[in-house]
Design a protein around this ligand. Structure first.
Ligand code: NAI
Ligand code: 15L
Length: 264
C-alpha cells in the first residue's frame, strides 16, 4: 500500500499501531486532534477534527487504506459524541467516496451489544443492544459502513473491539481482551484479502471465556492467537471477583451499562 491513514493516532491503540504498522505502507498518514509528536521519515502528521467536513475531505485524499480509530472512545455528552462519532463518521465516508473508496477498518465496539447478557453467545448477526450514547454512536458507524457498501460498494471491516489493551485489566476483560498482536494480524488480513465486503468481526483474542463467535469472518484467513488465560492467576490474586448480581458480572458492557447520560 502506498499511503495508509490512521485516525486517532494519538490514542492508546493508535500509538501502538503507529509503531506496529510502519512497514505496512510506504507512508503512514497519522491524524488526531491531539498532539502527535514529531514525524518519522515515512510519516505525515495531520491535525484534524473529524467533525470538520472540509478538513476530513483533504485528510483522506491520496490514501489507499484507512484505519479509523479516531473519535470519542467512552461515554460522553451527546454533543461530544455527535461531533467525533456521528458527524465524524459521515465526513469520513463521504471523503472516502470522493477519493476512490479506499478500504476502511472501522473501530466499532462491544458496547453496541453492551446490554446483551454475559451468558449469551453472539454471532456477527446478533441484535444490537447498546449500553449508552457511545454504543449508539458505534451502531451508527456500523450502519454507515453497511449503507455505503450496499449503495456504493465501499468495503469496510467493522471490528467490534472488546478491550484492546496490553493485558486484561479485570475479570470481565478475561472474556473481552483483544491483544495488540491479534489486532495487527487482523488488520494485515483485512488489507490482504482479495475481496472484503463489509463483515462484522469481533475484535477479541482466543480467550477461554468467549462471548462472541467469529466463524462468519473465517474467509479472511485470520485466527486470533493470544489467550487472556495467561493473566488469570494475576487477576485472581490481585482483585476480588465482582458479585454475581453486580451489573459488571451480568452485562457484556460491564460498567458502561451504569453510566448516566452526561450533560455538557
Ligand atoms: P482513545 O480515546 O485513546 O483514542 C481516540 C483518539 O481519537 C484520541 O487520541 C482522540 O484525541 C481522538 N479524537 C477524539 N475526538 C476526535 C475528533 N473529533 N477528531 C479527531 N480526533 C479525535 O481510544 P482507543 O482506546 O485508542 O480506541 C481507539 C478506537 O477504538 C476508538 O474509536 C474506540 O472507540 C475503539 N475501541 C477501543 C477499545 C479499546 O479497548 N481500546 C474497545 C472498543 C472500541
Ligand atoms: C470501549 O469501547 C472503550 O473504548 C475502551 O476504553 C474499553 O473500555 C472497552 O470498550 C471495554 O469495553 O473494555
Amino acid at each position: 500500500m502506498k499511503r495508509l491513514l490512521i485516525t486517532g493516532a494519538a490514542g492508546g491503540v493508535g500509538r501502538e499501531m503507529r509503531k506496529r504498522l510502519a512497514g505496512m505502507a510506504d507512508i503512514l498518514r497519522l491524524s488526531d486532534i491531539a498532539d502527535l509528536g514529531d514525524a518519522a521519515p515515512n510519516e505525515e502528521l495531520v491535525t484534524c477534527d473529524l467533525g470538520d467536513e472540509a478538513a476530513v475531505l483533504d485528510l483522506v485524499a491520496g490514501c489507499d487504506g484507512i484505519l479509523h480509530l479516531g473519535g470519542v472512545s467512552v461515554e460522553r455528552s451527546f454533543s461530544q459524541i455527535l461531533n467525533g462519532n456521528i458527524q465524524g463518521v459521515y465526513n469520513l465516508y463521504e471523503a472516502a467516496r470522493a477519493h476512490g473508496m479506499p478500504r476502511i477498518i472501522f473501530a466499532s465496539s462491544n458496547h453496541v451489544v453492551g446490554f446483551q447478557p454475559q451468558d449469551a453467545h453472539l454471532g456477527a448477526d446478533c441484535a444490537m443492544k447498546p449500553d449508552g450514547l457511545y454504543g449508539v454512536s458505534k451502531c451508527f458507524g456500523e450502519a454507515m459502513a453497511s449503507m455505503y457498501h450496499s449503495k456504493f460498494g465501499q468495503e469496510t471491516a467493522i471490528v467490534r473491539i472488546g478491550s484492546c489493551f496490553e493485558k486484561p485489566l479485570n475479570h470481565r476483560m478475561l472474556a473481552t481482551w483483544f491483544s495488540v498482536d491479534d489486532f495487527v494480524g487482523l488488520i494485515e488480513a483485512v488489507f490482504r484479502a482479495p475481496r472484503l465486503g463489509c463483515p462484522v468481526i469481533w475484535g477479541v483474542s482466543d480467550n477461554d471465556h468467549a462471548w462472541w463467535d467469529n466463524s462468519a469472518g473465517r474467509y479472511l484467513g485470520w485466527v486470533a492467537k493470544d489467550n487472556s488465560a495467561a493473566y488469570l492467576a494475576h487477576i485472581e490474586s490481585t482483585q476480588s471477583r465482582p458479585a454475581a448480581d453486580d451489573p459488571v458480572s451480568i452485562w457484556q458492557g460491564g460498567a458502561f451499562t451504569q453510566d448516566p447520560i452526561f450533560k455538557d
